[in-house]
Structures are given as C-alpha cells and as structure tokens.
Design a protein. Structure first.
Length: 575
C-alpha cells in the first residue's frame, strides 16, 4: 500500500501569512472531526483551534543601567474538543475546575515560533489527540456525576452561535527598542540622587499579539492587539521598619502612546514624593467607620465584590455560592446606578482602555452586556457556556491561551444616572456627617487601590480584599487629614454594596490584569467615587526590618553610613 503524504503547503513567503495559517487550521479541523472516533464512545461535535503569536519586548532599568532587555517571539496553540452534543458533553461546572496546566496536553501547546506550516499542522495534530483523550475521560466523569449527585443547576453544554468571518491586518513594525532603552536609562539615573529608595525600577513591557481562531462551525478570525505597560516604582523603609511601596503605572494600547521623557520624569517625581510621605506615615492598625472611595478605588471594589459574581459559569458550577443566581429583577445596588461591561469601548476621554477587543476567545463578536439598571440586576456576563439566565454568549468568553475560556470582565463600567450624583465636596461633607452621627472621631478617604482579590467558592468565606495605595485619615472635628499606610480593605460583597449611600458623577479609570480560573487577562474598571457608610480595615504589615548596615555603593562617603549623607538625610526628614 502506498504511503499517504500530507498536502503540499505553500511557504509563508508566497502567500499572506494570516490566510495560510487559517488554511492549516481548517485542514486539521476536518481531519480531526472525521478521524477522532473510538467505537462505542462519543465523537467530537465541536472543535476550536487558536494560535497566539506574541512578539514581546521587556525592559527594566535602575540607576542608569538596563537590568533586563529581552525581545522574544513565541507561539502557542489552544484546542477545545467537545464530545457528545450541545445538550451534554465533557465540560462540567462551566470548566472552572479544569486545571489545564496539570494535564498532559499542557506540555504540547508550543507552536513553531517561525510559523512553519508543516510543523504547525503536526503540533495541532498532537494536541488534538491529547485533548480528545482528556475529553473522553471528562465525558464519562460527567456521566458518573449524574448518577452520584443531583446536579440541580445543570444546563445545556454549549451555545449555538452564528459563525463569524473577521480578519484584521497584521503588522510587523519593530518596536523602538533602542529609543526606549535610552529613555529608561536616562530616567533611572534619577534614582542615584535618592539612596533612601530601595529596589527602584522602571519597567516597560510591549506586546504585539497576533491571533488566529478557527472552529468546526466555520468561524474564522484573525486579530492584532498591542499592549504597552510602563511602571515606575520603589520601596522605602519606614521609621518603624516596614518596607512600603509606591508606584505609577501606565497602560497603553499603541506604541505611539508612550509618553516623552519629560512626562515620565513627572511620574517619577510623584513616586519620590509619595515615598517620602509614606516613610513617616502612621498605621492606625484596624479601623471601622465611613469611607469615601475615589473612582479608581471604587472600581476595584466593584470588580471584586460584584463583577466576578456576575460571571456566568459561577451560576452553574457546583462549588460556587451563586451569589446573584436568583436575583434577576431584584435590587442589588442603590437606585441611580447602572452597570454594564463593554469590550467595544476603546477610550475614556483621552485614555485608551486596557480591556477592549473586537472578538472574544470563542469567536463571538464583542458586545455591550447590560448588567444592572437603576440598581436592579438584569443580566450576567456570558461565554458559550449557557446559564439559566441565557442560552447565548454576549461575547465575554476569555482566557490566557491555556485554560478553557469562561465569562470574564473586559471594561466593567459603573455609572450614575442623570441627576443622581453628588460633587466631591458634597461627598466629603456627607462623609463627615456620617462619622459624627456614628460617634466616630475619624473617617477615611481612599484615593487609589493597588490590587484586590475575592473568594467566590462555597467552601470558603465570601469575602473580598483591597490593597489601598493612597489612604488618608480625616479628623471630623478639625478637618485635618493625615496619610496612613499598611492597611487592607476587607468585607463581604453583599454587605459592602448595600452600604453605598452616595456616589459622584465623574468617572475614573482603573486598569491592569485580572487573574481567575481562565487565566490572566487585561481588564479595565470605570466607576465614580462612592461613599460607604462603613468599611473595615485591617493592618497588613507586622514584620519590622532594620536599615541595611551599609549604604548603596554610590552613596557611601567612606563613613559606611554611620555619619554619611544617607544617615543625615534620614535625620532631617524625621524633624
């Protein structure tokens, strides 16, 4: 019998790259859908391939030197294999418990970095076989669960969506590496004038992400996204021996948006000033009382306390508490507040938003998802995993390229209705009024939050936590305010949302990466200032450290720090 040979593939240089990659995906999808069959077992009814090719530049500078300068190009593939039917298949709990990184298939997600087409098809073939084997096992585990458990929230397995054809131009313009390296070197020399700042760093990360997506239903997608992240930060050792951080971050969506050196110098100056404030700032330990959160801080609270609990898979997974699963049509926020998530939104004023995209990671067009209207819950974020609330996706299926896509936030927007908001001055006056009515000597103002986290699983406490970056304690009698540090905002989601008593009108932007079951993804949060009748804060730092025995080499005047410039500078600051 004559050996079968693979169809001849055109070299990348002879045909448009985006089209040849899709052709390879189409070819292997056909082979897999037809050939992945085991007698007596379910065969695939749906498959998806995704190829991500990321060209990345990572720069890190301090003291006028480049500590890191790495430029890489890496390609990875993802395969989703569904066996059974749209009614019942191998995915249980919405895929939240898949833990793809622990499976054998996780070792076979690398694709050829040069996009050699023959090698790409081999990689797809190998990954498809492993994913099929895992899908078979998951299918029978799902069947077994039906026997041993009552799956009261079981819904259909996969939504039916209209196949999409969407192709964007792909670019290969080099990053301005040399210019950026020079700028970071020059900027980081400023830290030589501040030996009191520990571990300073300026980092710049740029990624150009090319994505090809094909499904057995006929969806064909090619997209390009650019992400540029710039951070300036450092640490200070406080008078009581705690290392405290200050930083400024920029999240940009184009290479041209990187600001000039003068603007970055102003950000560095802000960091230095803030570190000086934090060095002598006090920590109140625990605190309970009313608090005013500026829009950036408020967006973190909404993200953690509300947003994650509106992700569709959490309505069906067995280990989730399903906080809002049965509250459609009920009030969950004060009157006057609307909430939606809109991945099609690209800017807020002059700033680009980090979480925007055109097509989600399941090949569904990005859509604005209404969630809360005038405080009343109206809907959820949906991927192609159906819920009792909806049998269709609203374009929010997202993942990191390894974990299965699930419903996730993109640009999570909380905004007041006309005529319902208050000015910042009115909010501050109301804050003082609340504190006095509660008999409390202090109230809290939180301008920025650095990070947050939450728990949604049924086996754990339903809590969220925020790490404030800029917090002020307000004396309600004198009106004086003082900077504090080392506190964490903690609470339970439902009680925190019910303590919102007023909100501002101006929207502020918070950006970064969100980490959840489907991996790390870029997101944005947009919200007005909010006034809470009560928040609880706990102390975050308890370990004390002493000053290094020697100063940094560039600041040593021969006294080894005992009478040198660094020690004298510290004494002046304490006075």
């Amino acid at each position: 019998m004559a050996a079968r040979s693979l169809p001849k593939l055109e070299p990348v240089s002879r045909t448009p790259l985006r089209d040849t990659v899709l052709e390879v995906m189409e070819r292997e999808l056909r082979r897999s859908m037809e050939g992945l069959q085991v007698p007596g077992s379910p065969k695939p009814y749906f498959m998806q391939y995704t190829l991500r090719r990321v060209h990345a530049l990572r720069l890190r500078a301090a003291y006028g030197s480049l500590l890191k300068s790495r430029e890489t190009t890496q390609a990875h593939i993802f395969a989703d294999v569904r066996v059974g039917s749209h009614k019942f298949d191998n995915v249980m709990d919405g895929g939240l418990e898949t833990r793809a990184e622990e499976r054998e298939s996780a070792d076979w997600v690398d694709a050829p970095d040069d996009l050699d087409l023959a090698a790409l098809q081999v990689a797809l073939w190998k990954l498809s076989q492993l994913k099929f084997d895992e899908a078979q096992q998951d299918y029978y585990d799902h069947r077994k669960a039906l026997v041993s458990e009552y799956l009261r929230d079981e819904v259909d397995a996969l939504s039916r969506e209209t196949p999409l054809q969407h192709r964007e131009e792909l670019h290969h313009v080099p990053f301005p590496r040399a210019a950026w390296e020079g700028m970071l070197r020059d900027l980081s020399r400023r830290f030589l004038q501040h030996p009191e700042v520990h571990d300073p760093a300026i980092t710049l990360s740029a990624e150009r992400v090319h994505r090809w997506l094909a499904t057995s239903e006929g969806t064909r997608v090619v997209t390009e996204d650019v992400y540029v992240e710039l951070s300036i930060g450092g640490w200070i050792l406080t008078d009581d021996g705690v290392y405290t951080e200050a930083s400024r971050e920029l999240y940009l969506r184009s290479v041209d948006a990187v600001p000039p050196l003068a603007e970055l110098e102003r950000l560095l100056d802000d960091v230095i000033v803030e570190l000086g404030e934090l060095q002598t700032a006090e920590t109140p330990g625990s605190f309970i009382g009313p608090a005013l959160l500026a829009g950036q801080a408020a967006s973190t609270l909404f993200h953690e306390a509300l947003g994650h609990r509106l992700e569709g898979e959490r309505l069906v997974a067995r280990n989730e508490t399903r906080t809002f699963a049965h509250k459609i049509g009920q009030r969950i926020l004060p009157p006057g507040l609307d909430v939606h998530d809109d991945p099609t939104m690209t800017r807020l004023g002059e700033r680009a938003v980090w979480g925007s995209y055109r097509v989600d990671d399941q090949g569904v067009v990005a859509q604005r998802a209404p969630l809360v209207e005038d405080g009343i819950l109206r809907g959820f974020l949906q991927s192609r995993n159906p819920t009792a609330a909806s049998a269709h996706s609203n374009g929010h299926g997202r993942h990191d390229g390894l974990q299965p896509p699930t419903a996730r936030m993109a640009n999570f927007v909380v905004e007041p209705r006309p005529g319902t908001s208050r000015t910042w001055a009115e909010l501050e006056a109301k804050l003082v009024e609340l504190a006095k009515a509660q008999g409390r000597p202090h109230a809290m103002i939180i301008h920025r939050v650095r990070a947050g986290e939450t728990q949604t699983q049924a086996y754990d406490f339903q809590v969220f936590k925020g790490e404030p970056a800029e917090v002020w304690l307000l004396d309600v009698e004198t009106g004086k305010r003082r900077r504090i540090r080392d506190v964490e905002l903690i609470g339970t989601p439902l009680s925190a949302l019910q303590r919102i008593v007023a909100f501002g009108g101006a929207l502020e932007l918070d950006q970064g990466y969100c980490y959840a079951e489907s991996g790390s993804i870029p997101v944005s949060g947009i919200a007005p200032a909010i006034l809470l009748s009560e928040v609880e804060m706990q102390q975050s730092s308890t370990t004390g450290f002493h000053e290094p025995l020697l100063p940094p080499p560039f600041a040593d005047d021969g006294s080894h720090g005992r009478t040198g410039a660094l020690r004298r500078r510290g004494r002046r600051r304490k006075r």
